[in-house]
Ligand binder design. Sequence first.
Ligand code: GRF
Length: 192
Amino acid sequence: MIKIAVFASGTGTNFEALVAHLKQSTLPIEISCLVCDHPDAQVVQKAQHDDVLVWTHQLNEFDNKHAYELAILDYLKKQSIDLIVLAGYMRILTSVLLAEYPQSILNIHPALLPAFPGRHGIEDAFAAGVKVTGVTVHYVDEGIDSGQIIAQQAVTIGENEQIETVESKIHQVEHELYFESICQVLRQKGLI
Ligand code: GRF
């Protein structure tokens, strides 16, 4: 069984979509745990509802970020995690995790990178007046949304479209593209 750890900080719709895809699939892949830096985040309740193990601690419970990531690493190693997928995890990873999981940490971003990196990809693209934005799945490195691109899908913005419908279209694309990209990466690694 391929074991995935999802890292998330917020609502968890991507987490939910991945769990739902795997429930419908016969692939030997499981979401083994959720790592969350906000114990009160909605994604924690979603994971508990889906019987997924949860590791949730705030950074300020530890001396520094190095110690925080070492604790996460220890947890992941005990579970023999193969792949980490970030789904709205609002922290930059350090070499503690990056060195242990080379080319094995993915992120999803709600814009067509390298355009509009950072926390507000949808809002920034909308404010810039672009006619096409989209979703990017990429490997994680030390930068902000700067790792090698794995997959992208475009989303068009209509003439008088409101930001709410753009957001909704982007999230719909995310919920399909992330699962497809994870399968693509696992196939390339020869794991499935
Ligand atoms: C998504 O838009 C994702 O692209 C970004 O964070 C958001 C997380 O949403 N990295 P959710 O918590 O999965 O609903």
